[in-house]
Write a protein of this length. Sequence first.
Length: 284
Amino acid sequence: MEIGFIGFGYLGKAIIERLISQKVKVEIWNRSLEKVEKEYKVVKHPKELAQKFEFIGLCLSDSSAVREVLTSENLLKGSVKGKTIIDFTTNSYPEVIEFYEVLKKEGANYLESPVIGSIVPAKEGKLILLVSGEKEIFERAKPFLEKISQKIFYFSSPGKATQAKLINNYVFACFLTTLSSAIVLGEKAGFSKEQILEILASGAGNSTVLNAKKEKLIKEDFSTHFSVKNMIKDLFYFDKLLKEIKGISFEADLAKEIFKLAQIKGYQEEDVSVIYQIFKILNS
């Protein structure tokens, strides 16, 4: 098995490492090639990947980066006929619909495949994948997807995977803000951080979010698994989705303001668990 891959950020690198560990041949293009360690095989131009591989994975920062890669004459445009793009980026819903049309005109296939999970589950092959696209294309790409995931949700309708991912990250943001606030308030009431976390884990606070971020919160280790900057981006994309479906969410607005405050305080590149620090500041 072999695949070309564009994007070498935190998640992209973890996915690449997992694929290589599973004996998949991977060649990489990244805008900043100096960020890619020497042990990885890199190409100087993305069109080299289109020439070599049937499948090209994307894991980029946002929809603007995806659009540039797909539509720029200097990047992939004009080189992907007959190829399949597997896009692991968390995109904006209106824009991901646009990407299907862009690639259809190029004679290429597109699978949107945003992930639930971050660096650790990616390295362990335990991501949850949300996939939309043509069934036949999905089945052809499935051997790659199965190597990085423990569960795959497939939707035939374009955009459904992106909708599901944005709704999931909306819940993640709201839960993490509540959890962080509760820990700080518990400490203010005289509990140790460990005590209040154990109580929450035994009651209404028990969740995947708590279990995933528990050690980071205890140690106040905010090294990045999923950045504040990316959460803000996803919450703005969720706003766009709300407009598309004519939905209302007061909680998302509050969560977005908390994460924006973290950005203002200079934490935009830190892990999302750093909003615990924001609540400490607010309650000081």
